[in-house]
Write a protein that binds this ligand. Structure first.
Ligand code: GLA
Length: 383
């Protein structure tokens, strides 16, 4: 994690609150493949990255908690006794959401002070919210010796997202941020919340993210809508989750659902298969085949599950026609954020120049590239 961020947060904590504190690093995540499969009990292949949140938490002598968000230069004071979701509360909801969900399982949280900062670009789909939630639950666990296992902490983070941010997300983001491993992606089975680390040898290629710098303002509603469609089809299929259905079963109820819902459910079934196939290709060191699967996944996300946008489609189309890219797709919840691309290592600069220029010509706005490395999950950090 960014050393400068660590020093900045430590210094700011000393300046504002003084005294002992725990220091936590909590990463964002990428996802190689497996989008919207997590809340269908399916598979995904995320990884924690070397961008994230650093948080310092210490006990407070006051009756109130005080939280300072360095990036926003905003302070929020609150009592742990009167917590409820704040409409338009942005970062505040993730913090009080975690406290409320701890209380909900019978853990009382004494007053605490908090300073945090991050280097995950906003709205990029790199899960800054999961990184923040995890940093808070992990930090409170350390500070007050709550003895929670990580497997429980991610559920608290997820419920904070559901109940305080209003997004009925799956477990992928919180899991990847908490359990990430250096140089590995995680083949995550979202039904049992267990993962197999997958070492990826990118050989002569490099992972590159390109941020469209657009974020749809109805993204929460769109996300929840996709989840509802999946649940509706699941109940008509009489299975526990779309994970348990195959294409033949789906075909047999086709007349009972709309074509749009059929395509969405089909996408989920096929995306689960793509994740497992992608892992096979990685294990066989066949990056060309992996790249082709990413392109397919984008087609599904865009045409069937309908979570793309013109900017994402454009960036993926650029990858399709450029000689130096072998695969790309939109990444995360959709409707904006980043594409993930596999690009020839020695041509990354050229590639980014070409694509950025084309993007600017088309949309008259800039996209932003990031090169990330796969990193370890939420942990205590040293000053
Ligand atoms: C968001 C959610 C995740 C997951 C992805 C899509 O990041 O938080 O749970 O559903 O979208 O794969």
């Amino acid at each position: 994690m960014n050393q400068q961020l660590i020093s900045e947060v430590t210094n700011e904590y000393q300046l504002r609150y003084k005294g002992g504190h725990v220091l936590i690093s909590s990463p964002g995540r990428i996802n190689i493949i497996g989008e919207h499969t997590d809340y269908n009990d399916g598979f995904a292949l995320p990884a924690a990255i070397d961008m994230g949140i650093v948080a310092a938490l210490g006990k407070s002598e006051d009756a109130l908690c005080s939280a300072y968000a360095i990036n926003m230069n905003e302070v929020y004071k609150f009592s742990t006794e009167t917590i409820k979701p704040i409409s338009g509360g942005s970062w505040r909801n993730y913090i009080i959401g975690v406290v409320a969900e701890l209380q909900h399982i019978g853990i009382s949280v004494p007053p605490f002070n908090l300073v945090f900062a991050g280097d995950i670009p906003n709205g990029a789909g790199l899960s800054s919210s999961a990184a923040l939630e995890n940093s808070i639950v992990f930090g409170l666990n350390e500070l007050f010796n709550l003895q929670l296992p990580k497997s429980e902490m991610i559920l608290i983070s997820q419920r904070a997202e559901h109940n305080y941010a209003g997004v009925r997300c799956g477990i992928m983001d919180q899991y990847a941020s908490m359990f990430g491993q250096e140089s590995h992606a995680l083949l995550l089975d979202c039904r049992i919340h267990e993962a197999r680390p997958i070492k990826i040898d990118f050989q002569d290629y490099q992972l590159v993210l390109i941020n469209t710098n657009v974020s749809h303002n109805l993204v929460e509603a769109e996300y929840n809508d996709r989840r509802e469609v999946c649940e509706k089809v699941t109940s008509i299929l009489k299975v526990n989750a779309l994970r348990d259905a195959n294409e033949r079963q789906l075909q047999s109820i086709k007349s009972e659902i709309t074509e749009a819902d059929y395509q969405k459910a089909l996408y989920i079934i096929q995306e689960n298969e793509r994740v497992l196939k992608a892992v096979k290709m990685i294990e066989q060191n066949d990056l060309l085949a992996l790249g082709a699967i990413l392109f397919d996944a984008h087609n599904g996300a865009s045409n069937q599950f309908k979570i793309s946008c013109p900017e994402l489609d454009f960036l993926v189309d650029q990858a399709r026609i450029h000689k130096d890219a072998i695969g790309a797709r939109m990444m995360g919840g959709g409707f904006g954020g980043c594409t993930i691309n596999i690009v020839k290592k020695d041509a990354v600069d050229n590639y980014l120049e070409d694509v950025s220029q084309a993007y600017f010509n088309k949309f008259n706005k800039r996209c932003s590239p990031y090169v990330v490395s796969l990193s370890k999950g939420t942990c205590v950090s040293q000053n």
